[in-house]
Design a protein around this ligand. Structure first.
Ligand code: C2E
Ligand code: CA
Ligand code: CA
Ligand code: CA
Length: 278
């Protein structure tokens, strides 16, 4: 439904030809980005709101093309999903992120969880769970420290197939969280039957809770809902102390955002962890 909506929108509003050729250029360049070594991962810290401690990171894909410059994942991920290229990109991210943290955990940092974003396309690939198991085996990254962030659109179909994949992942010890929670306008009934650990509040609701009463009401409601289902909550887009304090008061478990730290490369993250009082 989403794809249909998007192309219809494009039809009315945007110069189709320009859009088409931009897509072609991006998808051509993306295809060789992996082998040319143009991809990188930035890691953004997650902070426990009660303890103030560093508890985890989210892996965020970065692409620097020599011809196009830095391209935002918000632009290239949807294209990679349309062309199917996301399967390869996503596999690269998971393997790389797990191997980045395997040695580091042994070094004794406080990382509780490594979170990796997952596209619905990857998730629906036959053999996906086996692939995750393989990566964990190969890298030696501990299963119970991996968390996959899924969007609601992956889950709402609620087919047996999807439920089976989720249960297999949960059985493997991998945790699941729902990304951009609340933006999908979906039925909430799936919450009671899926093996989900956490809800992630989208930054579009979070960033202005200190000034916008509606956003505050919404965020408060989601936190209460999560708690009543025994789910953990994490807020993204925390940009100020006021918002962080307010989230803590509302009972939100973790925060992520520019107020704490921006996404950064692995070396900078190591420096940040050892220098920051976390
Ligand atoms: P997301 O998963 O919702 O990630 C959060 C986005 O918010 C990231 O944008 C992050 O850099 C940004 N952000 C973090 N803190 C703040 C803040 O305080 N204020 C504001 N305004 N923004 C903040 P980014 O890195 O550009 O990624 C955009 C989207 O691209 C992600 O949204 C995710 O949907 C997708 N994406 C990124 N990496 C991957 C990946 O490896 N696989 C897949 N499938 N999607 C990815
Ligand atoms: Ca995410
Ligand atoms: Ca997202
Ligand atoms: Ca988001």
């Amino acid at each position: 439904a989403k794809r249909h909506g998007r192309s219809r929108y494009a039809f009315f509003d945007i110069d189709l030809h320009a859009l088409h050729s931009e897509r072609c250029v991006l998808s051509e360049e993306l295809r060789s980005a992996i082998v040319r070594g143009e991809l990188n991962i930035h890691y953004q810290p997650k902070i426990g709101l009660s303890s103030g401690a560093f508890v985890g990171v989210e892996a965020l894909l970065r692409w620097h093309s020599p011809t196009l410059g830095s391209v935002s994942p918000a632009r290239f991920v949807p294209i990679a999903e349309e062309t199917g290229c996301i399967v390869e990109l996503g596999a690269w991210v998971l393997r790389r992120a797990c191997s980045d943290f395997v040695g580091w955990r042994a070094g004794g940092c406080g990382l509780e969880r490594l979170s990796v974003n997952l596209s619905p396309i990857q998730f629906r690939m036959p053999g996906f769970v086996d692939f995750v198991r393989e990566v964990l085996d190969e890298t030696g990254f501990p299963c119970d420290r991996l968390e996959l962030e899924l969007t609601e659109s992956t889950l709402i179909e609620g087919t047996d197939e999807i439920l089976r994949t989720l249960n297999d992942l949960a059985e493997l010890g991998v945790s699941l969280s729902i990304d951009d929670f609340g933006t999908g306008f979906s039925s909430l009934s799936y919450l009671k039957k899926l093996p989900v650990r956490a809800l992630k509040l989208d930054k579009s609701f979070v960033t202005n809770i200190d000034s916008d009463v509606n956003d505050r009401t919404l965020v408060d409601g989601i936190i209460r809902l999560a708690r009543s289902f025994g789910l953990s909550t994490i807020a993204e887009g925390v940009e100020t102390k006021a918002v962080s304090d307010m989230l803590h008061q509302m009972g939100c478990d973790q925060g992520q955002g520019y107020y704490f730290a921006k996404p950064m490369d692995l070396d900078s993250l190591k420096d940040w962890v050892s220098s920051a009082d976390v």
